[in-house]
Structures are given as C-alpha cells and as structure tokens.
Design a protein around this ligand. Structure first.
Ligand SMILES: CN1c2c(nc(N)[nH]c2=O)NC[C@@H]1CNc1ccc(C(=O)N[C@@H](CCC(=O)N[C@@H](CCC(=O)N[C@@H](CCC(=O)O)C(=O)O)C(=O)O)C(=O)O)cc1
Ligand code: HCS
Ligand code: ZN
Length: 763
C-alpha cells in the first residue's frame, strides 16, 4: 500500500510571530525594504523546511503572503482600484499595503470574513481596467524553494472561481469580460509553471464547498475545461475545504489531475457521495483527514480506519492525505506552552503536531497498522482521560442548563414599551453618540500589562494604572461631548481571551497565536471543561468609570456565540450545549452590572454571522440555538436596562432577520468599510429597533472626512428614521493611536451636530 502526504498550507506567522514583527517594522519604517525582503524570505523558507523536516511527501509553496492571499492574486493581476492613482508600472509594496490599509488620500479596500473562519481577507475590486500578469507568485515561490532548499514543491494559489466569486459586487454586464480576463491570466500562470517543469499546481476553491448555484458550477466547468484545453500539461490539484461539495458528480468530473475533499467537515456527505458515485480512475483523491480548524489530537485509529475505507473506494496508489484545510487557522506548536493542565496538554495538536500525526497515518498506511497499534492505543487513552476528566462533569452547570425554560429567552415587555421607558430614564439627544467599547491599547497599556505578568509591578499597581487610563478617557469622552460613554477595555488583551481567563472551563495559552487579519493576531482560549461564572469579570472597571461621570456608562461584555466561535472548543459535546453554558455565565455578569446601577449593557456578537454554516440546509438550526444563546444571556433584565449589541466584519445584507430576532434595543453595525451597503438591505425590511451607524472605518489610520460620514448618515436616513439612529465608529478603537482617535471622534461629533440641527424639530 502506498500513500502520499501533502498539506494545503502551513501558518506563515512563525512560532514567535516573527512575520508580524517584520511586517509591522516595515510599516513603522524601522526596517528597510531590502531588510524586510530578506527577513520574509528567511521565514518563507523556514516554513517550507518545517514541512520537509516533517517528511511531508509533497511540500506546498506559495502559501506565504505579505498581508493576505486574496490580495496577492489581485496584486499579481494589477487589480489596483483607481482611487490609488497607481502608475500601472508594478504593484510595489507601498501600493500593495495601501490597498490593504488605506493611505492618507484613499480608503482601503473592504475586508471581510474568509468563509466561516476568524480570518479576514481583502475584497478584490474590479473596475473594468484591463488586467495583466505583473508577477507570477506561485512560480517565484516554486523557483525559490527549488534553488534554496532543493525541493520541487507544489505551488498554490486561490483558484479562479473562488477569486471571482469573492470579488466585490460586479457592475451589471461586467461579469463576462472580467471572467474572460481571469481565464487568460490564470492560463498564463499555468503555462509559465508548466514551462518550468512544475509537476503539481494547487488551485484552492473553497467556494465549491459552499451552497453554490448550478450556474456557478457550470462556470467552474467551463473555466477548468478551458484550462485543460489550453494547458493540457498542467497537473492541477483542485482543493476544496471547510465543507463537503454540493455538486459532487460535477466536481469530480472536472478535467483536473487531483481533487481535494474535506473528510473532517462535511465528511459524511463527501463519504456518502464517494460511495454512491465513485471516483474517477485517472485522478488522485486528496483526503483532508486531520482537522485543520481545531487544536485537538486526531483520533488516529478512527481516521486510519476511514483511510482504509477511502483507499478501498478509490484504489491503490490513488489516495493522498492532508489536513482538512490550510494549517494557518491553528497555532504553530504546542512546544511553546508550559502552563497548560496535564490532561489538556496531552490532547493538543497545533500545526507542527498535526504534521506529525499526518506522518503517523501515512506510515501506518504504508507499513500496516500493527507497528502503530501502541501509538493508536496511547492516543485513544489520552482522549479518554480528557473526556472523563471531572472538569467536564460539573453537576451544578448541568443542573442550571436543565432548569432553563421558555421564559428565560424573552424580555418582559415589547421593544416599543422598553424604548419609551429607556428614553425617559436616559434622556438621550437625537442621534446619540457612542463608541463600540475599546480605546487605544497604547504601548504604555501593553507595557504595564507585560510588567504585571513578569512581576515587575504588582497587581494593585496595574489596577491603579488601568484606573488612571479609565479616568483619562472618561475625561476625553466628556470633553468630546459623547452621550454614552465606555470605560475603554484597557484591562483586556482581547475581547474573548479576557473572559476566557476569568471563566471556569477555559485554558489560555502563552504563545498560541493565529492571524485574524493583516498583522493582527488573536490567541483563542481553549474551552476544555464545563463553563461557569466564578467571579465578576467587568464590574469593578465599569462601576469605577460610572462613578466619574453623570453620563451613562455602557457595560461591555462579549456575547456567548462570539466567545464560542473565537475559542477552540471541546468536541465531546455539541456546540449548542457549550453556547448555553457560556450564556448562563454571561447572564450572571449582566445581572451583576445591572445590580450595580449600570443602565446600558452592550453584549458584542461580531462572530454570530461567522458561525453560520456554509451550507444553506444547516443554517436554520445554527441560527436558532445561537440567537437563543444571546437571548438567554440578555433577556433577564428590567425594561429600563438598555441592551446593545455590536457586529462587524461581515456581510450583513442577508442577515437582518436574525438581527431582528436578537431583540437588542440597539445594534451597532459596520456600515463604513462596505460603503453603506447594509443600509440598502434595510430598504427591503422593516426594522424598528435602534441602530448605531458605524460611520467610519476604524481599521485605517486616516482621519475620516466629514462628507464621508455625512454620506453614510444621509443614505441611512433614506431607509431608517432619525429617531432610530445612533452615531458611532464601526468597531472598537483598540488598534488606533490616541491622537487619531480623538481627531476622528471630534469629526464624528461635528458631523452629528449638523444632523441634530437639521432634525431639531423632530424630537
Ligand atoms: C474584533 N476582532 C476580534 C476577532 N477575534 C478576537 N478574538 N478578538 C477580536 O477583537 N476577530 C475579528 C476582529 C479582528 N480584530 C482584531 C483586532 C485587533 C487585534 C489585535 O490587536 N491583536 C494584537 C494582540 C492583542 C494582545 O493580546 N495583546 C497582548 C500583548 C501581546 C504581545 O504582543 N506581547 C508582547 C510581549 C509582552 C510581554 O509580556 O513582554 C510580544 O509578544 O511582543 C496584550 O495586550 O497584553 C496584535 O498585536 O496582533 C486582533 C484582532
Ligand atoms: N467591544 C469590542 C468590540 C470589538 S468587535 C471593542 O470595542 O473592541
Ligand atoms: Zn467590532
């Protein structure tokens, strides 16, 4: 028996986030372009070396990026939006980073979630320019790895159908011209690769694992047919991941040499289809067998048995194995962790450990499982140890869940009744202004936290420092004239990690970073036991902030679904159960805040949309339990207490109905980076509750123009009433500098004043 191992991609950040530091140093101009390129090359090669050391049979190259791999394709083809006044000569680094981050003159391109992950890509924009191939990145990566490491890798890039479908809404009639340009560009890439004797070429088409239409599938058939006719020598490995493919028969019939299917997410559908329809003899099946989205050890024997079954279905020598998707969604190595509790640590597999598992499965398949029985047994007993651990059997948590009933999910009064009561008590002006929660995490804030961690300052000193920051920012907010204030979240490293550190059932890591967007990384906590509230998490900071001002201070919590979706979650019980456990813990915190006199509480759910299953037929059940978890956390408050929620980074146009069902008194929603498109959706939908308009993009260092914010508010007022609208930035301000934040907020308040003036008789 012979089996080949490969990977779809490996994390580019480096075990100690060297990639992030290099990119940020270049932005700060503390690194020259030459040094930057040198460091990036070293990192790129080190990552490939990791695959070589792990004895991956077919090493993947071209999975590295300077910011984002979707942007890379756009840059390869010279898709630079006109607003950057690009000279069309080459997409140099500064042009590339302007598209991603904006510059003094122009806003950045939109950024949105990469399928159902917490990674965000830059949305390509097609503006009818004529495109050409400026740089063949996969070829460059291939040649570099060959020259420097002597390895003939498998270059990868995002495939044409996925790239086309992720491009920002095309103008009517532009589709055929754009597609035909893409076909010739991809064809040229393929031709140049073939000319250099590249054997396998990976095209990533995760879009095929969503519920795509017949028409889109026909487009894929047409495009891949053209590739096979124009470059018949190209051995294309078409990769799908994150779910099963809907159009199985059509996908396996595409004229390519190999097809990657996910046998972790949506494995039942892929397996059932494989059994029903078979698999073409002339192709290889690349089975995603190790979960690339979680950090748990693979149940080796179970996956080995599945592989035996797959091999019997596709035939000898035709089966390759790989992780289910790029390993960029998991941290680099468990070896960097020294403080995790025992039964947990033995059950973790990050990217490097997953490569080891891949090697074990490959060897067991090649050599026969008998030599690996001991490894399998050891792996199974580790998993059993964690499953039977007392932290997973907390009686009070299970009893509390059992007691939840219908009444726990709904507010006492209707929205209309609540709005009148809240308005009377809060006395807010028309177009109330607020912010989303966090204020700048300055180097001083991060330094103080780091000193506290290292024991260089005491916890009391750290708390005092945080209080000073809160006071400073309450003063700023009062001076600016904001109506609803926040304490600023200075005590939080991250809106999920912070709660994970304070709730029972979570473990947190020292170095388990994954990229969230650009150079920004997150360190998701690990939910390994039953979750319960053990101590107030936000009360002292919020109450302190409220004591400094007469204006209402908004309590700031992360919602249960966002905590769930941005953590690595135990896999022994359904996610719905974990969500309800978290919801009960957040509910307790909500009640504490309310008990301390906090009249407005925001429960953020930016990841609600992200958790939506990619397949339409799986979405309704997720939405039902996810919305219920939010309501479980937020409904048991008095009518006077105003519940806010906040969402960002997603397409919400098709998400108004779920938003309505949350029944939050106010929702702040991203409206700036998608240039107000969400507002269009409200045209077709009657939405009564209040809405916070995110009037400027917080991701860009540039100060928003008055007329840009005005335009968003004007557009919104065409479909929403003035009495419904709040004015705020589109997300938290933790990544911004103090001066930028103050200047932007000042303009936001000035803009609001012009609208108050215009509508002053309507109060
Ligand atoms: C709102 N978003 C979030 C998402 N997911 C989350 N889990 N959290 C989110 O807020 N997804 C969607 C968006 C994505 N947005 C962001 C925005 C900003 C960041 C970000 O700023 N990340 C920071 C890391 C934050 C953090 O934890 N900082 C630590 C310091 C860590 C550190 O760098 N330490 C120093 C050494 C310190 C020492 O002890 O000496 C170092 O390692 O050098 C802290 O504040 O203490 C980032 O820089 O990437 C992420 C997602
Ligand atoms: N309250 C959070 C929400 C981010 S989505 C913040 O302001 O950072
Ligand atoms: Zn946000």
């Amino acid at each position: 028996m012979s089996v080949t191992s490969t990977v779809i991609g490996y994390p580019y950040i480096g075990a100690n986030r060297e990639w992030k530091r290099t990119v940020e140093a270049y932005w700060k101009k503390t690194l020259t372009e030459e040094r930057f390129e040198e460091s990036m090359k070293a990192l790129r090669l080190a990552n490939i070396q990791k695959q070589i050391d792990a004895k991956v049979d077919i090493v993947t190259v071209g999975d590295f990026t300077y910011y984002d791999r979707v942007l890379d394709v756009a840059a390869m083809f010279g898709m630079v939006p006109k607003r950057y006044n690009w000279d069309g000569k080459e997409v140099d680094l500064d042009t590339y980073y302007s598209i991603a981050r904006g510059n003094k003159e122009s806003v950045s391109s939109e950024m949105t979630k990469w399928f159902n992950t917490n990674y965000h890509y830059i949305v390509p924009e097609y503006d009818r320019s004529s495109l050409r191939l400026y740089e063949n990145n996969p070829l460059k990566a291939y040649l570099e790895a060959k020259e420097e490491l002597g390895v003939s890798g498998k270059p990868t890039m995002i495939g044409p159908i996925t790239f086309y479908k992720l491009t920002k809404e095309l103008k009517k009639g532009d589709q055929p011209a754009y597609m035909s340009q893409l076909i010739s560009l991809y064809t040229q890439v393929l031709k140049e690769l073939v000319a250099e004797d590249v054997e396998w070429i990976q095209l990533e088409e995760p879009i095929l694992a969503t519920s795509i239409s017949e028409k889109d599938m026909e487009l894929a058939i047409m495009v891949y047919k053209q590739f096979s006719e124009i470059v018949p020598e190209a051995k294309i490995l078409l990769q799908t991941y994150f779910e099963s493919v809907d159009h199985y028969e059509a996908v396996i019939d595409l004229p390519v040499a190999g097809i990657g299917l996910d046998f972790v997410h949506g494995y039942q559908e892929n397996l059932a289809n494989l059994k029903k329809w078979g698999f073409p003899e002339e192709k290889v099946l690349v089975a995603g067998i190790i979960n690339g989205r979680d950090i748990w050890c693979t149940p080796l024997e179970k996956q080995f048995d599945l592989l035996i079954e797959l091999e019997s279905l596709v035939g000898r020598g035709k089966l390759w194995i790989q992780p289910s998707c790029s390993l960029m969604h998991v941290p680099v190595t468990v070896n960097s962790e020294s403080t995790l509790p025992e039964p947990l640590k033995n059950n973790l597999a990050f990217a490097d450990e997953k490569l080891k598992e891949l090697s074990i499965l490959r060897n067991a398949l090649c050599e026969g499982s008998h030599a690996y029985q001991e490894v399998f047994n050891h792996n199974k007993s580790s998993i059993d140890d964690l499953n039977n651990h007392p932290s997973r059997k907390l009686r009070n948590v299970h009893e509390a869940i059992a007691q939840v009933n219908e009444g726990d999910f709904n507010r006492t009064s209707s929205y209309e009744v609540r709005k009148a009561i809240q308005q009377k008590s809060l006395q807010l002006p028309l177009f109330p202004t607020t912010t989303i929660g966090s204020f700048p995490q300055t180097p001083e804030v991060k330094k103080a936290r780091s000193q506290m961690r290292k024991g260089e300052i005491s916890s009391e000193d750290y708390r005092e420092f945080i209080k000073l920051e809160i006071k400073k920012w309450i003063d700023y907010q009062e001076k600016l004239g904001l109506d609803v204030l926040v304490h600023g979240e200075f005590e939080r490293t991250d809106m999920v990690e912070y709660f994970g550190e304070k709730l029972d059932g979570f473990a947190f890591t020292e170095n388990a970073w994954v990229v969230s967007y650009g150079s920004r990384c997150v360190k998701p906590p690990i939910i390994y036991g039953d979750v319960q509230w053990i101590m107030p998490m936000t009360v002292s900071e919020t109450v302190y902030a409220q004591s400094l001002t007469k204006k209402p201070v908004k309590g700031m919590l992360t919602g249960p679904i966002t905590i769930l979706n941005w953590s690595f979650v135990r896999n022994d019980i359904p996610r719905k159960e974990v969500a309800n456990q978290i919801a009960l813990a957040i509910r307790k915190e909500v009640q504490f805040l309310e008990g301390e006199g906090i009249r407005i509480i925001q429960v953020d759910e930016p990841a609600l949309r992200e958790g939506l299953p990619l397949k339409i037929n799986k979405q309704a059940s997720y939405l039902e339990w996810a919305i219920n978890a939010f309501k479980l956390a937020t409904s048991q408050v008095a009518d006077e207490t105003q519940i806010h929620t906040h969402m960002c980074y997603c397409e919400f146009n098709d998400f108004i109905e779920p938003i309505r069902k949350l029944d939050a008194d106010v929702i702040s929603i991203e409206t700036s980076r998608s240039h107000g498109e969400i507002i269009e959706a409200f045209k077709h939908y009657e939405y009564k509750n209040d809405i916070g308009l995110g009037v400027y993009d917080i991701h860009s260092p540039r100060i928003p123009q008055l007329n840009e914010m005005k335009a968003i508010i004007d557009d919104s007022l065409e479909v929403l009433s003035a009495q419904q609208c709040w004015i705020n930035p589109d997300c938290g301000l933790k990544t911004r500098k103090t001066e930028e934040t103050l200047a932007a907020l000042e303009r936001m308040i000035d803009t609001t004043k012009t609208f108050r003036e215009r509508y002053k008789t309507s109060m």
